[in-house]
Design a binder for this molecule. Structure first.
Ligand code: OKP
Ligand code: ZN
Length: 347
């Protein structure tokens, strides 16, 4: 399958994250993308690494301008506060939760970081903007490949994007690559685009971006947010609002869910997507549903990823896969290739 991979991902390389009460080495590492890149090459997939179009205009359609301005300048602002910050990671410390104002942008850097974050689990580094933006450019290149007649394409980007909402980062995500891809497909003339999110974690950012829209249907299979991250969105009663009512489908599943039950939920998502007549599909391809994932609790095996790819090919839609999570780094590339090979076998 034609794949799009920007080497710029490596510029996003923070060292530590907060995890279960401690600072630990980041789970979301450059090595993840390297593994995927190597596995794609070894399996003979064609990989484009340069010459991607600029997604900046599309970014302005899925993210707020003031958030984009903040994120693009964040590292320079952090250094301006103290040059020694080059060796430190910034963290938010104050968040504008209920009763506090989020219409104003404080001047203090850590306060702005809190304004534009929903967790303290999204470490920023010097190249975070560059890496996330390059991933969006790759997503646009992938969408253009579909417009050019490709049956499917894979965007092997990192950091992931599905937790990034209109004006916030979180869950290792800064810019929403899948949302950019969906928006690009809309601009190509697809009247309704489906985003199917199969990452272990609910794609709260993507849901938020499209929640009031009927032209982009969002469906997600994920760990039940009553116990699993991101906790505050992803419940079954979230069905969309206004024009978007009926165009959001959450299928939360308990931690520990085995493959058969997961595939039954996938059938529900596929049925809705077909009933709604989507003409193009973006798959937020999180591979942290793998049984060996260190931070997630579903039980998919490598062969299940092939089955997933084959099932999605059966929908018969132009399909863009966008990499999201997946932290069993040594298996990540093979799991990604299993999805793509399963798709090509069937499609
Ligand atoms: C990103 B993706 C919070 C630690 C929790 C959040 C997991 C983000 C997963 N201090 N980590 O959906 O794979
Ligand atoms: Zn995830």
């Amino acid at each position: 399958m034609l794949s799009f991979f920007s080497l710029t991902h490596a510029e996003h390389a923070p060292s530590h994250e907060f995890f279960r009460g401690q600072l630990v080495p980041c789970h979301e590492t450059p090595a993840r993308a390297e593994q995927v890149h190597q596995a794609l090459q070894a399996a003979g997939h064609r990989i484009e690494t340069t010459g991607f179009p600029d997604s900046r205009a599309l970014l302005g359609q899925v993210h707020a301008e003031r958030y984009l301005r903040f994120l693009q300048g964040a590292w320079a602002d952090w250094l301006a506060r103290d040059p020694a910050n080059a060796a430190r990671q910034p963290w938010p410390s104050t968040w504008p939760v209920r009763t506090l104002r989020s219409d104003l942008e404080p001047r203090e850097f850590s306060a702005r970081l809190g304004l534009y974050s929903f967790d303290n689990g999204t470490p920023l580094s010097a190249g975070s903007w560059a890496a996330a933006k390059a991933g969006c450019d790759a997503a646009l290149a992938g969408a253009q490949a579909l417009a050019g007649g490709a049956r499917a394409a894979f965007v092997a980007s990192r950091p992931p994007g599905h937790h990034a909402g209109p004006d916030f980062m979180g869950g290792y995500c800064f810019l929403n690559q899948a949302a950019v891809a969906a928006q690009a497909l809309r601009a190509q003339g697809h009247a309704r685009v489906a985003v199917l999110d199969v990452d272990y974690h609910h794609g709260n950012g993507t849901q938020a971006i499209f929640y009031a829209r009927s032209d982009v249907f969002f469906a997600s299979l994920h760990g039940d947010p009553s116990t699993e991250y991101p906790f505050f969105l992803g419940h079954a009663d979230e069905e969309g609002e206004g024009e978007g009512r009926g165009f959001n489908l959450n299928l939360p599943l308990p931690a520990g869910t085995p493959a058969e039950r997961w595939f039954a939920a996938l059938e529900q998502a596929c049925a809705r997507l077909q009933a709604l007549n989507a003409s193009a599909l973006v798959v937020s391809l999180g591979l942290d549903t793998f049984e060996g994932d260190p931070i997630s609790k579903f039980k998919l095996a490598r062969a299940d990823f092939g089955r997933l790819g084959a099932r999605l090919a059966g929908l018969g839609l132009p399909t863009l896969f966008v990499l999201e999570g997946g932290y069993a780094t040594a298996d990540l590339g093979l799991n990604a290739v299993a999805v793509l090979d399963g798709f090509e076998r069937e499609g």
